[in-house]
Design a protein around this ligand. Structure first.
Ligand code: PMT
Length: 222
C-alpha cells in the first residue's frame, strides 16, 4: 500500500483513445493504448484516493481499487467525466480524445461505389475546455501530445483550456503512444516548469502524482 497521501481525495482520470463511428463496421481512432492513464489511476488508488477511471476502448485490466467506466466516443467520455467531476478534487485527462468525428453516422456499411470518398468531420466536445470554463471545478491536469514544438503547443493548451497543469509528451520515435516508456515535462499555470524525465509510465505516473499532491496540499492546506 502507498503512503496514503491521497486519502480522502477523489481522483478522476481519463485514459485511452475514443472511437468515432463512421458506419456499423468502421471508426476513426488513434494509437493511445490507455497505459499512461491506467498507471495514474492505479497509483492514485495506491496512495489512498477514491479513483474514477473513464476508459476509452483499450485492452487493459482495471487497476486494483479503481472504479472504471468504459466509454467509446468523445461524447460518451464527456458525459462520464462530467458526471464524476462534481465530486472530484482533481481531473487528470490522459485520454487521447478525438478532435473530430464524422458529421453523419451511416446506418448501413458504406459501399465502395466511387474511386474517392470525402468524409465530412465536425468537432467533438472539448472535455477539459468545458471543465476549464466552470467557476466550480476540480484541479485540472491536461496532457499534450505533440510531434514537434512541444513547449509552445503545451503552453497554449494550458492557457486556452484554463488548466492548472499540463503534462507534455513528445510522441513518436518509440515514446508516448502505445509503448511502455514516456517522457513528460509539466508546465503550471503559475509559471513553474517541472521536468519529470524519461521513464516507464508507472514511474512517470508516480512522479506526476507527487506534483499533483503537493499542489492539492498547497491549495487546501491539507
Ligand atoms: O495511452 P498511451 O498509449 O499510454 O499514450 C499516452 C498518451 C500519449 C496518449 C498520453 O500521455 C497523452 O498525451 N494523452 C493526451 C493526448 C492528446 O490527445 O492530447 P491533445 O493535445 O490532443 O489534447 C490535450 C488535452 O485536452 C488532453 O488532456 C486531452 O485529454 C484533452 N482533450 C482533447 C480533446 C477533446 N475533445 N477533449 C479533451 O478533453
Amino acid at each position: 500500500p502507498g503512503s496514503g497521501r491521497l486519502a480522502g481525495r477523489h481522483v478522476l482520470v481519463s485514459a485511452g483513445p475514443t472511437y468515432e463511428d463512421l458506419d456499423p463496421v468502421r471508426y476513426l481512432g488513434n494509437r493511445s493504448s490507455g497505459r499512461m492513464g491506467f498507471a495514474i489511476a492505479g497509483r492514485a488508488a495506491a496512495l489512498g484516493a477514491s479513483v474514477t477511471l473513464v476508459a476509452g476502448p483499450v485492452a487493459l485490466p482495471t487497476p486494483a481499487g479503481v472504479r472504471r467506466t468504459d466509454v467509446r466516443s468523445a461524447a460518451q467520455m464527456r458525459d462520464a467525466v462530467l458526471a464524476a467531476a462534481g465530486s472530484a478534487d482533481v481531473y487528470i485527462g490522459a485520454a487521447a480524445v478525438a478532435d473530430y468525428r464524422p458529421r453523419l453516422l451511416a446506418a448501413d456499411k458504406i459501399k465502395k461505389t466511387q474511386d474517392s470518398l470525402t468524409l465530412e468531420l465536425e468537432r467533438t466536445p472539448d472535455i477539459l475546455g468545458e471543465l476549464g470554463s466552470r467557476r466550480q471545478r476540480p484541479m485540472l491536469v491536461g496532457f499534450a501530445a505533440e510531434t514537434g514544438d512541444v513547449e509552445s503547443y503545451a503552453r497554449d493548451k494550458l492557457a486556452r483550456k484554463n488548466l492548472d497543469l499540463i503534462a507534455a509528451n513528445h510522441v513518436g520515435e518509440g515514446k508516448g503512444f502505445e509503448v511502455a516508456d514516456n517522457a513528460l515535462v509539466v508546465y503550471a499555470a503559475d509559471g513553474a516548469v517541472i521536468d519529470l524525465g524519461e521513464a516507464d509510465k508507472t514511474e512517470l505516473a508516480a512522479r506526476l502524482l507527487d506534483v499533483v499532491v503537493d499542489r492539492l496540499v498547497e491549495k487546501d492546506g491539507r
